[in-house]
Design a protein around this ligand. Structure first.
Ligand SMILES: [Zn+2]
Length: 295
């Protein structure tokens, strides 16, 4: 195998294998590409804040530190079993025999309780401290740089992420958010171009959120989605033209999206053939460490 002395990992949230294939996006495909197996238990929906920490630690969720999107504080863990029968008695509409109404009632109650508990700090979104395993960036044999990595870096998600629900429910206009999404892409792409010129790293990892948002908002608008995929395809072309022969580019996603819903497999692609066949997302850490430590 050819010598590899540097690795660029481009984490593209939600890039869908089937769309890359359908639109035949050659630059995104590179020399080797395919689907990855995600660290998910049966029937579980892939969640960005769980999958990326699994990717950088090379561990399944439980071993990485958490397997739920909402982290419950210790005190809550003891309170909930005690108070939940009372809440059920008080709030669940028992008068109705309609099953759907019962389920809806329960879901809205759950949603409201989560909001309330978040407000008072008993439930919180995972932060860096919740990742209990070491990450690839802790390997002191590798000089590494990471930008905007979910959970690990505080600035991973653009502030418009919280507006996506409003846009889908048509309370906010599309063009505003689309401009913000293009800006995010431009800024993060620029950071990649800047780092390629520097010589102070062996491993460089950048994260893009934009495609996830686009595919949720414009799920009925294939043309718009294609436009953003093409933007990424062009970007990869430009990155490839600006690196040397010893640099490996790994493009990787945490899941795909179809009709606005996450699909339960990931996408990966490499500019050099490594012969990985249907790899597990959590196996990349070891592979990359092996390559770079040997180099
Ligand atoms: Zn999503």
């Amino acid at each position: 195998m050819q010598k590899i002395s540097k690795v660029i990992i481009l984490c593209i949230d939600a890039i869908e294998y089937d769309l890359v294939e359908k639109w035949d996006l050659k630059n995104l495909k590179q020399k080797e590409y395919g689907k990855t197996i995600l660290p998910l238990s049966f029937g579980q929906e892939p969640a960005t804040e769980i999958i990326w920490p699994c990717f950088i630690t090379g561990k399944e969720p439980e071993e990485m530190g958490y397997s739920s999107l909402n982290i419950y504080s210790k005190s809550l863990k003891t309170i909930v079993p005690l108070i939940s029968p009372v809440i059920k008695k008080l709030f669940i509409n028992n008068k109705t025999n309609n099953r759907t109404q019962k389920i809806q009632g329960r879901l809205s109650l759950l949603y409201l309780s989560i909001l309330l508990l978040k407000k008072v700090g008993l439930i919180y979104k995972p932060t860096k401290e919740d990742i209990k395993a070491d990450t690839i960036f802790d390997n002191n044999k590798i000089k590494s740089v990471h930008l905007h990595i979910p959970v690990l870096d505080k600035d991973a998600f653009p502030e418009y992420r919280k507006d996506i629900i409003k846009v889908i429910s048509e309370k906010l206009h599309h063009p505003i958010i689309e401009i913000k999404q293009k800006n995010e892409f431009t800024q993060r792409a620029k950071e990649v171009y800047d780092y390629i010129k520097k010589n102070n790293w062996q491993l460089f990892m950048q994260y893009f959120f934009v495609l996830d948002g686009i595919q949720h908002i414009f799920y009925k608008n294939h043309k718009k989605i294609a436009q953003f995929y093409l933007m990424f395809d062009e970007f990869i072309k430009k990155v490839s033209e600006n690196i040397d022969d010893e640099t490996l580019i790994l493009i990787v996603s945490d899941h795909g999206v179809k009709r606005g819903i996450h699909t339960p497999y990931g996408f990966y692609s490499l500019n050099k053939k490594l012969g990985l066949n249907n790899p597990k997302l959590i196996d990349f850490r070891e592979k990359i460490e092996e390559i770079l430590v040997k180099a």
